[in-house]
Design a protein around this ligand. Structure first.
Ligand code: NZQ
Length: 386
């Protein structure tokens, strides 16, 4: 295990009526002007918006609406939010939504308090923001785990990059499964696959010998698979959705990453696919994972073989490590089908094959991955996903 420092800034309010506990207590600690940030309107349809406005009014806050944050949020939307926060002298940002809204707000929180351009700062000058407007998050779509970390995935439309930008941590997060029950089944399942993907990508990082973090990751993966199967029987199974909500946060709150360098190669490929196609995030991952793993596993055979046994419950008797690893990857591919997720880019509705080379040429190649992939091999992988 590598050396680490562990400390966590996000206070989690989890469970039924969590907002009623969280918001009066937390809003009392912040200034008067609150930016209420949300997406394309689902929160208004579901009634969550009215409920949150009620808490804000009861706390005597002035509300600055910041709406229309799109899935795969853009850098220009970040700039719009930062300009609004400055103009209205916002004291606090409350993000109400899924990963896209929360991520956008993390960078608004940073951009609002600096004259420097955050993209330039992070990607050209390799400097990271240290001052932020304070923010909180109310989760309406789980899966990404965005509520408990300070990484934000933002699409820069000018440079055609979808990249991880470091921003604010939410000081608190409200996780009440009732706020997610209006989410369409397709989004519930693609979000749950994102959680599985985070756990797998962390597990398959380095060091390659098993650590406590990996054993916790095995438990998270088993939990996610079991609860997804419950949802396949009844998408409104609240207990399963509740478990998945916490699994989502667990997979991205740093616990599984303690002492590890993560792999995250599938995410890096998916980010650039998203930059060029604006595709659904979890679906892209579902297509990429099995194909990518068939290219990688021989370089990390021990880890893949252990995952096959511990997570996919494949008996080891009579199998070599390679055979076990292959069986595990096949179990993952079968699970993608069982979930009704796409197995090819064409099934996802992507029609322009020319994007594949652009994705291969621009995606990050990660340090934690057991195999150092070449751009040619990434292109091969992408073509196999077609
Ligand atoms: O915009 P509205 O109208 O709110 O509709 C949204 C959106 O269309 C809808 N939705 C959200 N809550 C709902 C709801 N519809 C009905 N009822 C509800 N309760 O769902 C759609 C998708 O929302 P979005 O926030 O885009 O989904 P998700 O949570 O999957 O977030 C995806 C984004 O998170 C990033 C992805 O790259 C992508 O941009 N990620 C962030 C990560 C992080 N910060 O750690 C890690 C992830 O792997 C991921 O990369």
């Amino acid at each position: 295990m590598k050396d680490f420092i562990y400390s966590y800034p996000t206070k989690v309010y989890f469970g039924e009526k969590a907002a009623a506990k969280a918001l009066p207590a937390e809003l009392a600690k912040v200034g008067k002007t609150v930016m209420l940030a949300y997406g394309g309107g689902s929160v208004k349809k579901s009634g969550v918006y009215d409920e949150i406005c009620g808490y804000l009014r009861d706390a005597g806050k002035e509300i600055v609406d910041f709406s229309g944050i799109m899935p795969n949020p853009t850098y220009s939307k970040v700039q719009e939010g930062a300009a609004l926060a400055r103009e209205k002298k916002v004291d606090f940002i409350l993000a109400v939504g899924g990963g896209s809204v929360i991520d956008c707000c993390k960078i608004v929180a940073a951009q609002a308090v600096t004259e420097k351009d955050i993209w330039q700062m992070e990607f050209k000058d390799h400097e990271y923001p240290t001052a932020f407007l304070p923010m909180g998050a109310v989760v309406t779509a789980s899966g990404t785990g965005a509520e408990m970390n300070n990484g934000a995935v933002i699409t820069n439309e000018e440079t055609n990059e979808k990249a991880g930008v470091l921003g604010a941590h939410a000081g608190f997060a409200v996780l009440d499964v009732n706020y997610t029950m209006s989410l369409p089944a397709k989004q519930v399942l693609s979000g749950a696959f994102d959680t599985l993907s985070h756990s797998m990508e962390t597990y398959l990082g380095s060091p390659r010998d098993i650590t406590l973090s990996d054993e916790i990751a095995e438990a998270v993966m088993c939990n996610v698979i079991r609860n997804i199967r419950l949802l396949l029987k009844d998408i409104n199974d609240k207990e399963a959705r509740t478990e998945l909500m916490w699994a989502s946060a667990m997979a991205e709150n740093g616990i599984l990453k303690i002492g590890k360098v993560t792999d995250f190669q599938a995410h890096q490929i998916e980010h650039q696919l998203g930059a060029y196609t604006d595709c659904n995030y979890g679906q892209g991952l579902a297509v990429i994972h099995p194909v990518l793993y068939r290219h990688m596993y021989k370089d990390g055979v021990k880890q893949f073989a252990r995952m096959a046994q511990k997570v996919w419950e494949i008996p080891a008797a009579g199998k070599s490590q390679e055979e076990l690893a292959e069986a595990g990857i096949q179990a993952l591919a079968d699970f993608v089908k069982e979930m009704g997720l796409p197995s090819t880019f064409t099934e996802m509705g992507i029609t322009d094959k020319s994007v594949l080379k652009k994705v291969a040429d621009t995606c990050n190649l990660t340090a934690g991955c057991c195999k150092k992939l070449s751009r040619e091999e990434v292109l091969e992988i992408l073509e196999e996903c077609w």
